[in-house]
Design a protein. Structure first.
Length: 129
């Protein structure tokens, strides 16, 4: 499992399943056909540049990490066995929630990322709280 195409195939499928998404769900999320996602997951096709960015976002990593194979090292060596890079805060949340089912752990991380995005878009409202 050394080339980027194989890395993408393995981790895209693994993460999709951990999110409890079907190939159809993911294809809608990515704006591509079901066959395209299937070909990525079965290592038959490589995603284009735009799709690489969408896949990296879905996996919560950078495109550079995805293409370099860093995701393998992070997955196999990460002491929390989490399939993507995590900030210190995410690691703390992950540790606190590790007894929860994986789908709930990911929901917590998505919620925090959404809060962060909302904060960046509307700092004044958050400062009043």
């Amino acid at each position: 499992m050394s080339d980027a195409k194989t890395i993408i195939a393995v981790y895209l499928k693994k993460h999709r399943k951990s999110e409890e998404l079907t190939i159809k769900d993911l294809s809608k999320k990515m704006g591509v056909s079901v066959n395209t996602v299937h070909r990525w997951e079965t290592d038959k096709n490589s995603p284009n540049k735009t799709s690489l960015k969408k896949i990296a976002d879905f996996l919560h990593i950078t495109v550079e990490s995805l293409l370099s194979g860093d995701i393998i090292n992070n997955y196999s060596e990460h002491k929390f066995s989490c399939p993507y890079d995590m900030s210190i805060l995410e690691q703390q949340i992950f540790v606190l929630s590790k007894e929860m089912p994986v789908k709930y752990q990911h929901k917590i991380l998505r919620y925090i990322k959404r809060l962060h995005k909302d904060f960046l878009n509307n700092k004044e409202s958050f400062e009043k709280v």
